[in-house]
Design a protein around this ligand. Structure first.
Ligand SMILES: NC(=O)c1ccc[n+]([C@@H]2O[C@H](COP(=O)([O-])OP(=O)(O)OC[C@H]3O[C@@H](n4cnc5c(N)ncnc54)[C@H](OP(=O)(O)O)[C@@H]3O)[C@@H](O)[C@H]2O)c1
Length: 247
């Protein structure tokens, strides 16, 4: 039985929770992790009640001790990890006033969206190597691509998503741009161990009240696709709904 870990799965409306559900429905044993252990336990129980093999795990990717403990738990319980879904992110949009950005907020966002993902991925390396067929999916965004026609940086919506309510999302977009770079780096670093690493955009998904977008099931399906690519499949690339996106 394959083992998977999903980060940032502590919101019932979120892509992480639905990704846990879909991976478990495929027969995987899934660790549902969240910063709050209570939320993780509560939501893992919801999925166990659906007959799925889901365990709760406390995991804050910005806290090295929390990462160490989580990796140890997976090692003790499963001895290996087949799929790591780096879904956790700070989605909040950094305030911009008169061309000044709150750089402390930017730093926190990079800490979670880039460094936390990097930390967890490298700490999971021995477990993914033990799988012999590991997959890492970095949940990214078209907002962090240069050329995505709908959300990308060059056409501006990545910096000013005005058609979705005039919200400046520059710092968030830059963390996802950096995350895409990390995908390329890890794909190269981990290639010899048979670990395939890709970025996935879930599309615009309605995960908050009144937010625009498609149903969460569709967003999670885009992520789960990359967890299931064959050993001969792509690595170090960027996808949405199984189709390659430009960087
Ligand atoms: N929704 C969209 O339209 C959309 C589009 C493109 C990409 N994405 C990406 O999809 C992913 C999921 O987004 P979502 O829409 O489902 O929103 P979300 O529910 O806010 O998902 C992000 C989760 O990450 C968690 N998190 C934040 N910092 C963390 C940390 N340091 N350690 C562990 N967990 C942490 C949050 O946990 P708490 O509950 O504890 O705050 C939250 O539950 C994100 O990577 C997002 O950037 C979403």
């Amino acid at each position: 039985m394959k083992t998977a870990l999903v980060t940032g799965a502590g919101r019932r409306e979120g892509i992480g929770f639905e990704t846990v559900r879909q991976l478990a429905q495929q027969g995987m044993q899934v660790f549902l992790s969240a910063r709050s252990v209570e939320k993780a336990q509560q939501l893992a129980q919801v999925l166990r009640d659906e007959g799925l093999n889901v365990s709760a795990l406390q995991l804050d990717t910005t806290d090295p001790e929390s990462v160490t403990q989580a990796v140890r738990r997976i090692e003790e319980q499963s001895g290996r990890l087949d799929v790591l879904i780096n879904n956790a992110a700070i989605m909040a949009f950094t305030p911009v006033t008169d061309f000044r950005t709150d750089l402390d907020a930017v730093r926190q966002q990079f800490e979670a969206n880039l460094i936390g993902t990097w930390r967890l991925s490298q700490e999971c390396f021995p477990l993914l190597q033990a799988s012999g067929d590991g997959r890492i999916v970095n949940v990214s965004s078209g907002a962090g691509s240069f050329w995505d026609p709908d959300f990308g940086l060059v056409n501006n919506p990545g910096f000013e998503m005005s058609k979705f309510g005039d919200v400046p999302i520059g710092s968030y977009a830059l963390t996802k741009l950096a995350l895409n770079g990390l995908t390329i780096k890890l794909a190269k670093d981990f290639n010899k161990a048979g670990i395939l690493v890709n970025s996935v955009c879930p599309g615009l998904v309605a995960t908050y009240p009144n937010s625009p977008g498609r149903p969460v099931e569709d967003g999670a399906r885009s992520v789960v696709w990359a967890a299931n690519i064959p050993a001969t499949g792509p690595t170090g690339l960027f996808f949405r709904d199984g189709k390659q996106l430009p960087w």
